[in-house]
Every structure is written in C-alpha cells, then in structure tokens.
Design a protein around this ligand. Structure first.
Ligand SMILES: [Zn+2]
Length: 178
C-alpha cells in the first residue's frame, strides 16, 4: 500500500481553499439572506439566498472532511507501514490503533481508495482485513532477501550484510563491503 503524494497534496490545498472561501462566503451570504428577510424581499430572492447559503455550508463542510481524510491517510499509512511485511492488517487492529470504530476504519479506507489517496490495497470485507497488493509484498520480501552472508577479510567472521552497503564487522569492527 502506498500514499499517492500528488493526490494528497492537491487534496490538502483544495480542502483549505474550500474551507476558507466557503467559510468567508457563508458569512456574507448569510448576512445578505438576513437582510432579504428583514426587508421582506420576494420569496424568489429568499429561496435563492437560502440555496446559496446552504451550498456554501456544504462546500465548507466538504473542505473540513477532505482535510480530515488527508490527515487520517497519513496517520493510517504510518501505522500500516509496520504491517507491510505481513501483507495484511485486521481492521479491528487498525481501529484499536487509531482509537476509532472498526466500521469507521473501513469507511475511511474505502474513501481513501475511492479518492485515490492510497493504492496497492483492498478491503477484504469477509475477513475484515486490509490486504496489500502482492507487488508490494514481493518488494518487501526482496528487500529482506538482499542480505547476504559476507566473510570478514580480517577475522573470518560471518556477517549478514545488505547488498550494496558497507558495514563494520560485528566481531572485529573492520570494514566489510557487500
Ligand atoms: Zn571481522
């Protein structure tokens, strides 16, 4: 499972825009609406004013929700990072770790997938799990497999060394390259 950084950054900007612009116009459209009502304007104007007012509330709430989902996506992804090598995580575990209900966790993940904030994961509704794509799992496995036993040229001790890295021998401290 991975975060779609592009989408997340755009969503963050959009949510702030909706919140501030929506919020600003709620105030002005609200006061216009109150004026209309006080001045006994026609029903048409009052209806239009009300629709405007309600749409702006919707936009603002939408912005708040989007912002919260972005925050949750980052939070979930940090937790899920620890489960990547298992290839899956139970939704009740995620619920416990995020101090939320299992139902909410599923709803959030669904929304994250739908909005493409995350990819490489799906919800297994029957077994109540979030399953990560095999590709991701393979990658993790490959990384684990990239350790090789290297014999220290100085003391002859066997060290587990990540491919392409340089470490100190765990027995004598001399430099070992793999
Ligand atoms: Zn050594």
């Amino acid at each position: 499972m991975k975060i779609n950084i592009d989408k997340i950054q755009k969503a963050k900007k959009n949510s702030a825009l909706k919140f501030w612009i929506g919020g600003f116009f709620i105030l002005s459209s609200g006061s216009v609406l109150i004026d209309y009502i006080n001045e006994n304007k026609g029903i048409g104007e009052i209806v239009i004013g009300t629709i405007m007012f309600l749409s702006l509330i919707t936009v603002t709430i939408n912005g708040i929700k989007q912002g919260l989902l972005v925050r949750k996506t980052k939070n979930y992804s940090a937790i899920i990072e620890n489960y990547k090598s298992y290839g899956e995580v139970n939704t009740n575990e995620l619920a416990e770790l995020t101090k939320s209900s299992e139902e909410n966790v599923v709803k959030n993940i669904q929304e994250m997938i739908k909005r493409q904030y995350i990819y490489g994961a799906y919800i297994d509704f029957n077994n109540k799990k979030i399953v990560f794509s095999n590709k991701d799992l393979e990658k993790t496995k490959n990384i684990n497999n990239e350790f090789e036993v290297v014999t220290c040229p100085n003391c002859g001790g066997n060290n587990n060394v990540l491919k392409g890295s340089t470490v100190e021998c765990e027995y004598c401290g001399s430099v070992i390259k793999n």
